[in-house]
Design a binder for this molecule. Structure first.
Ligand code: PMV
Length: 354
């Protein structure tokens, strides 16, 4: 039997402090029980063959020649040929590992399966990097540890997308909760929360090619927009950033004490700040409002947010209290993907067989 390595990692949500973290403020994030898996095994032909079945949005496959950088024939499973940039993270990981660790180029089949919607602010890019790097280093017998895998994955994410905060790769690798402060990542032990994630139109099949490519750069575009607006009103924005920092600081003991009323109120406040800095498109704003109306303890945008020009694609996070089923139904009626999730899930899991 051929050796097989399977690496599975969790998705992330930012509970408090997205965007503000870019300015050195505190942010709290957690792993959720939606996972991405990369399986590496041998194949007859040389080179890497990658198959992605990223449910529930779309799937692609291609032959990736990491040595020459040539990708031959991207084949969509669902007649959707524009999201090849998702594969950039796999290519980036393979090229980085070849250069840094001299991993081999004999035939490798990489199969990626995911429960994490793309471009939804749930960390699918970081998850792809962490799981690909973990699977390939284990497959080739390269000695590594969690800190090195996290560091390598963060490096690849930065190479591929220009800039990336360390939050996503830290969560995908270690799981649990992390606090980021002035770029430093600290793991925290906090109790589990039951949340509801609502994701809007993760790359709709109908979207034009140019727009879909823009989506790959969504976080970058939104971060740049905040920077531009801050330049107009630096003192006001600095006051908002400081308020966000306080919010994250208050949230930690509230979660620790299981004070969900307080956690929810802080989420609502955090959402207001995200509205103020201009990263909440209409569709996400409506999901938050509907949740609050139906009795959620708290609701907010999570991750980079979105913009109306990019179809309002993005996610919201809800602390639903007793109203979970009602809110879930309302999200589905609005055409959003509604995912009940638990926080604090386990980080990287590696399994070998054969
Ligand atoms: O939507 P995401 O997962 O890309 O979240 C981005 C979070 C930001 O704070 C907006 C950017 C960052 O690098 O921290």
């Amino acid at each position: 039997m051929q050796p097989k390595v399977r690496a599975s990692v969790p998705a992330k949500v930012i509970l408090f402090g997205e965007h503000f973290v870019v300015y050195g403020k505190r942010a709290l994030a957690t792993a959720i029980d939606r996972r991405l898996t990369v399986e590496a095994c041998g194949r007859e032909k040389r080179g890497y063959h990658v198959a992605i079945a990223t449910l529930p949005t779309f799937g692609l496959e291609l032959d990736l020649d990491a040595r020459t950088g040539a990708a031959q024939q991207v084949r969509p499973y669902k007649d959707y040929s524009t999201a090849a940039n998702a594969l950039a993270y796999v290519r980036g990981s393979v090229e980085y590992l070849e250069e840094r660790y001299g991993i081999g180029h004999e035939g490798v089949e990489l199969t990626i399966t995911s429960e994490i919607p793309l471009s939804a602010g749930l960390g699918s890019s970081a998850a792809t990097c962490v799981a690909t790097i973990a699977a390939l280093t284990a497959y080739f017998g390269v000695k590594s540890d969690l800190a090195t895998i996290r560091h390598d994955a963060h490096h690849v994410e930065q190479l591929v997308q220009g800039a990336a905060s360390p939050i996503d790769t830290a969560i995908s690798t270690h799981g649990g909760y992390v606090l980021v402060e002035r770029g430093e990542v600290q793991q925290l032990q906090l109790p589990e929360l039951e949340l509801l994630v609502g994701s809007v139109g993760s790359i709709p099949l109908s979207m034009e090619t140019a727009r879909a490519v823009d989506l790959g750069l969504k976080t970058k575009t939104l971060v740049a927009g905040v920077r531009a607006r801050r330049e107009l009103f630096p003192r006001i924005f600095d006051a908002l950033f400081n308020a966000a920092d306080e919010l994250t600081t208050e949230a930690i003991p509230a979660i620790e004490q299981g004070d969900v009323t307080r956690v929810g109120a802080l989420m609502n406040l955090n959402h207001g700040l995200l509205e103020a800095i201009g990263v909440v498109p209409r569709r996400l704003s409506e999901l938050v409002k509907v949740s609050q109306e139906l009795g959620a303890l708290g609701a907010k945008v999570t991750g980079a947010g979105g913009s109306d020009e990019l179809g309002g694609v993005g996610s919201v996070l809800v602390l639903p209290g007793e109203s979970r089923e009602k809110i879930k139904t309302a999200f589905e009626l609005e055409g959003a993907l509604a995912m009940p999730v638990r926080t604090g899930s386990a980080g990287l899991r590696l399994e070998r067989s054969g």
